[in-house]
Design a protein around this ligand. Structure first.
Ligand code: ATP
Length: 202
């Protein structure tokens, strides 16, 4: 899944809407210190579902909303939309008919947030599942920041295994297995309770 376009509005230093078009090949973002290069990567990571403000270099999630400057008032909402080309067959079958997949995340200052998939409201889980095993995603290896290579090399084997499993395409199945086991557990509890009730009624 290749990123075609990123639209950023009200996210960190991006007070007005900025559209970044990614062409074939390598894209470089250059500029003086503090101009917002890393904020671009933060915006991408956030739109893909990052839940930890620290991974976005903030204290609280609200810190990602434009906080005002000498000439501009703070904004009440941040919105990032990512448009992916859907031509490599990596997206789940439900998206087969779409040439592009659009993922939007919004956060309001009152803490309310919204996720949209192709402009339709969805859950965070839908976005996480969309990216699972594609290598893209908030925690996947598509974002390699400063020091990450060193971290991967010195990581504990079980942490490194997480990246290998994502690349091998088994993350999705492990996550589904976990949720199926949770359901089985719930059903077992219900059956136990049912057995108790039946024996009481007898
Ligand atoms: P460097 O080359 O030093 O790493 P950079 O280009 O990566 O810099 P960023 O870290 O992306 O710069 O941007 C930092 C700028 O973003 C700072 O000027 C900071 O004030 C601004 N900024 C961060 N969060 C907000 C916010 N919520 N509202 C307004 N501005 C913000």
């Amino acid at each position: 899944m290749k990123i075609k376009r990123v639209e950023i509005l009200g996210f960190k230093s991006f007070v007005d809407k900025v559209t970044l078009d990614f062409q074939q090949g390598i894209t470089s973002i250059v500029g003086p210190n503090g101009c917002g290069k890393s904020n671009t990567v933060d915006a991408i990571r956030w739109a893909m579902g990052e839940q930890n403000a620290k991974n976005l270099r903030g204290r609280a999630m609200e810190d990602i909303i434009f906080g005002g400057s000498e000439s501009r008032k703070p904004l009440g909402m941040a919105e990032v939309t990512m448009i992916f080309a859907n031509d490599d067959g990596l997206a789940p079958p439900a998206f087969r008919d779409y040439a592009e997949i659009m993922v939007t995340r919004r956060l309001y200052r009152n803490g309310e947030s919204e996720y949209l998939l192709n402009k339709t409201p969805c859950r965070l889980l839908d976005i996480t599942e969309l990216f699972m095993d594609t290598g893209v995603g908030a925690r996947a290896y598509s974002i390699i920041e400063q020091g990450k290579i060193g971290m991967i090399l010195s990581a504990k084997p079980e942490d490194r295994r997480f990246l290998i499993e994502e690349a091998a395409g088994v993350t999705k199945y492990k996550s589904r297995k976990k949720s199926a086991l949770r359901k089985i557990d719930g059903t077992k509890q219900n059956l136990l309770r049912l057995g108790d009730i039946v024996s009481e009624v007898r």
